[in-house]
Design a protein around this ligand. Structure first.
Ligand code: SIN
Length: 334
């Protein structure tokens, strides 16, 4: 779809599936539908006013429920984003995605896209066929953010429910509400409404051109283990026996580990597995040597990254050949 307003920014919309492309048999249904059914042309066709905001170049990269996202598809997506952004005739990218793993894809791209141009992910909590579907307005707002000069050099952004979030900070916080995405530590970066975009704070941590990480289809295997009342070491032992390169612990509170896990972590590190302590709490950072003796265990702390984002960073850092002595500095930086 191309508009005749040749002075407007040219934005590539890359569709990957999700509820934004979901279809239910009944308009009153907001669960039990099939995600990733409708093609990108249908999504764009629901928002005629897009042609007043940008000239659109559309591509269907995938049609999946984002629960099934894979490192191989991340590599396909990131490679395509980097190729499009290298073109002079593309001013920014919008990616439509499922909400379930959006925060993981967004953070991965934040660290592996090599451009100053805007990359904006968006999604929907209600399928396209629902009464009061949220996808069309989220898509219009995402294209508006991607077309804005203010969005350059901000890294990868998430435009959702009129808010603009940093890929590093944002997380899904509701199973059903249309304001599902929040940035618990710093809050949203800004807002988008009726064609206006305003940023109220800047992104501080390095990303995109200032990130050394490269996309690869062959990321090292990193798994996540949760600590909870009565946890056993069985999962850690099984993952280590399966040959994982890294483990992220979703610890209690300040990343604390059930004593049954602590011994298993020490043994995993001795066997060359990188272990990162994060928290299952959903907000706040994990203090080094705070709730567990990292110096003695050989573990790394995740700063304020949730377990899923800590896994993304650990995979990229291990793929880059980062020495174990340098991993803490990577987590303190990115
Ligand atoms: C998905 O993540 O693809 C399904 C759920 C959603 O998009 O809200």
């Amino acid at each position: 779809m191309n508009s005749s307003h040749t002075s407007l920014p040219r934005i590539a919309v890359l569709a990957t599936g999700g509820t934004i492309a979901g279809e239910a048999g009944d308009a009153s249904k907001t669960s039990g539908y099939k995600a990733g059914v409708l093609g990108v042309d249908k999504l764009l066709g629901a928002v005629p006013s897009l042609s007043q905001v940008a000239r659109i170049h559309a591509e269907q990269v995938a049609s999946i429920d984002s629960k099934d996202m894979t490192p191989a598809l991340w590599a396909t997506l990131c490679t395509r984003v980097n190729a499009l952004l290298a073109q002079d005739d593309i001013d920014g990218i919008v990616i439509t995605h499922g909400t379930d793993t959006l925060e993981e894809t967004a953070y991965l791209l934040h660290l592996t896209v090599k451009s100053e141009k805007p990359v904006v992910l968006t999604a929907a909590m209600r399928p396209a066929t629902a009464l009061s579907a949220d996808g069309p307005l989220n898509l219009l707002n995402a294209v508006t953010v991607a077309a804005s000069r203010a969005s350059w050099k901000q890294g990868v952004l998430v435009a959702f429910n009129n808010q603009i979030h940093c890929a590093r900070d944002v997380t899904k916080t509701s199973t059903y509400a249309v304001d599902a995405f929040r940035s618990p530590e710093g809050g949203a970066l800004g807002w988008v409404q009726d064609g206006q975009v305003e940023f109220q704070r800047a992104v501080v941590r390095p990303h995109t051109l200032r990130s050394p990480f490269q996309i690869s289809a062959d990321l090292p295997v990193v798994e996540i283990v949760t600590s909870y009342a009565g946890a056993s070491r069985a999962a850690i032992d099984a993952f280590v026996a399966a040959g994982v390169k890294g483990l992220v612990i979703a610890g209690t509170g300040n990343g604390s580990l059930h004593s049954a896990l602590q011994q298993a972590v020490a043994e995993a590190v001795r066997q060359g597995v990188a272990v990162v302590r994060s928290s299952r709490v959903g907000a706040g950072h994990v203090m080094r040597n705070g709730a567990a003796p990292d110096d003695a265990l050989g573990s790394i702390t995740a700063d304020a990254l949730n377990p899923y984002k800590a896994r993304v960073l650990l995979m990229l850092a291990l793929a880059a050949g980062t020495a174990s002595a340098d991993l803490q500095s990577v987590f303190d930086t990115y």
